[in-house]
Ligand binder design. Structure first.
Ligand SMILES: *Cc1c(COP(=O)(O)O)cnc(C)c1O
Length: 368
């Protein structure tokens, strides 16, 4: 007997994979042929839709890349960093650090400026670094630093990049589709995100919105074959929606449904408001049981919130996790290095009512 898969027993309050709608999951019930016209049209439609959502016009293009978001970040680095390039990475959390690790492992010249988690990258220091080190050709940073839930103000850094003639790379993995942004102003040359974050698709691929001219100049540069973003783009362009290698067909079809549902909801700005409403409902429930957020209000984002663990000796994250899971909520461990925190994501097919229920569950289970 083939086992039946039950309905979701809990909602995912995690920043990807996240809770998806039944209709997004339902879009995965048929099979597709990767080189067939029907499928390639879906791919092309997704590429156009993403381009429109970014505000990028004719000067930008979209490339989809198999794998999780990190694969897309790595494909940008392999493809866009040349032997004479040097990238300045701004880091204030795990994902900034990961970007630094990638550029170091691929052997690119680089420099990493680090701030503590919870500290905004300082444009003054970045400008001084650019002035002192003219070898720098690229700047890379994270928009929504999912480690802390911090929304990094990338705009001053993007403006500096433009002013000093550098290529600006933004890991907007956990923000694109959930926070309004115009890729052309201030200019982002390469923006990276993935299927299973704010567009609310299922995992399986990442995507890059790229300034065409920048991507075109990267031909033949990648030393990784499967992560060659230029080649992938070239195939998608030449063969109108064809991926070079096996593509995650079901995920791709579900993603088109997710985009349609983003429009149905009212677009990015309406979704952005819902995510904030989720955050506020969550905060209220947490504060009612004496749990406070890690970041100052002005640094928080509508994506995910880090909370400081209560100091009570009876508190344990493991117990909180298990008890909330039994009540229908899956939360996320912390990642801040210098403080005991845990995180609750508020993106995905989740609503303020869900966070009100979470607040009631917290009252019920409070064990510390
Ligand atoms: C999710 C995420 C990534 C990619 O992580 P994967 O596990 O590879 O999908 C990268 N950067 C940020 C800021 C993220 O939130």
């Amino acid at each position: 007997m083939i086992p039946q898969i039950p309905e979701n027993p809990y909602i995912l309050l995690t920043p990807g994979p996240l809770s998806t709608s039944k209709t997004v999951r339902g879009a995965m019930t048929r099979d597709w042929c990767t080189w067939d016209e029907d499928y390639k049209q879906i791919v092309q439609k997704i590429r156009e839709e993403l381009l429109a959502l970014s505000g990028g016009g004719a000067r930008y293009t979209t490339v989809l890349m198999q794998g999780s978001g990190t694969f897309a970040v790595e494909s940008v680095m392999w493809t866009c960093l040349k032997p004479d390039s040097k990238i300045l990475v701004l880091s204030n959390g795990v994902y900034g650090k990961r970007m630094g690790k990638i550029v170091s492992m691929i052997g690119a010249k680089h420099r990493i400026l680090s701030w503590e988690e919870g500290q905004q990258p300082d444009p003054k220091l970045v400008e001084e670094t650019l002035q002192a080190d003219p070898e720098i050709t690229h700047i890379g940073m994270v928009h929504s630093e999912t480690t802390t839930g911090m929304l990094n103000r990338y705009e001053p850094h993007a403006r500096l990049a433009e002013q000093y003639g550098k290529i600006f790379i933004l890991d907007a993995m956990s923000s694109f589709g959930g926070i309004p942004l115009d890729i052309t102003s201030p200019k982002v040359d390469l923006l990276i995100s993935s299927a299973n974050k704010c567009i609310q698709g299922v995992p399986g691929f990442g995507f890059v919105l790229a300034q065409k001219e920048v991507l075109q100049s990267c031909k033949g540069n990648s030393k990784s074959h499967s992560l060659d973003l230029y080649d992938q783009w070239d195939a998608m362009e030449q063969d109108k929606g064809k991926w070079r290698f096996t593509s995650p067909t079901h995920t791709v079809r579900a993603f088109l449904q997710a985009i349609a549902e983003l429009h149905e909801e009212g677009g990015i700005s309406v979704r952005h408001e819902r995510y904030w409403a989720n955050h506020h409902a969550l905060l209220k429930g947490m504060q009612a049981v004496g749990i406070e957020p890690f970041l100052k209000a002005e640094d928080r984002s509508p994506i995910i919130t880090a909370f400081v663990e209560p100091e009570s000796p009876t508190f344990s994250f493991g117990e909180l996790y298990d008890r909330l899971k039994a009540e229908g909520f899956v939360i996320y461990p912390g990642k801040v290095s210098h403080a005991a925190t845990f995180r609750v994501g508020h993106i995905g097919h989740v609503f303020p009512e869900d966070f009100e229920r979470l607040g009631q569950a917290l009252q019920k289970i409070k064990f510390w």
